[in-house]
Design a protein around this ligand. Sequence first.
Ligand code: SAM
Length: 245
Amino acid sequence: MPITISNSISNENVDNYLDIWKKLWSVRDTAWHLENRHPVLVKYDHLLTNNENNSNKKRFLFPLCGKNVDMKWYWETGHKVIGVECADEAIDDFFSVNKISHKSYLSSELEKCKIFETNDKNLKILQTNFLTLDSPQLKHTIDAVWDRGSFGTITYEEQVLYANTMRHLLAPDFHYLLLVLEFDDNLFKGPPFSISEERVNHLYGSFCNIDKLESTVPQHVQLYQNHMKQSIQVQETVYLLTKKQ
Ligand SMILES: C[S@@+](CC[C@H](N)C(=O)[O-])C[C@H]1O[C@@H](n2cnc3c(N)ncnc32)[C@H](O)[C@@H]1O
């Protein structure tokens, strides 16, 4: 069935979508958060770090990063890491829980963007709306992306803007792991949303090669079922996106 996308977001209301997330963070209702490294990222790490790119130190993007612990791991292993997140609490928690000293300042390049940065400048979290992130400095600089709980947790209208931001950030030889959930969306309407392969193709197919790596029920499935308040089957489906040849 063809997908129709109504893009009803305007520049005036695009920040309204952040309110729901900020409310969740204000009461630390962050059921999606994993305390340990995501097993899928551990399994496929080599696709992001040991690919044919000549440098083995990459510039990683964690879109809609929350307080994701994998950011710390990549930073500690010598990569550059950029997270993008809207909520104060997520960023505060990330630095305080991990005991990472940092400074913060307003971006001189971007409006409505505060930057939180480690002392070595190799890990930065940009506090801004990813959907409207338009940074000449970051354009086509991202080598590797870990996208979990990000593309799949926003509405269809937001996904259109999200994919457009992504297209401008990716370096020519990028490697992008996209993890989405699949479940019967008659049983749970979202967020998170059930994302079909057709939708991934629709939004990424014009600029990415898309390889489906696996679709499995994860060990932490209960985390999703608790949020959905029912024991439905939830699969994590993982794609490797690379430059369209
Ligand atoms: C479901 S959580 C996932 C966080 C992280 N990816 C993880 O796996 O732990 C989504 C996060 O995106 C943030 N967020 C949602 N929409 C955003 C946007 N348009 N720009 C920046 N951050 C956003 C929320 O505050 C929240 O922390």
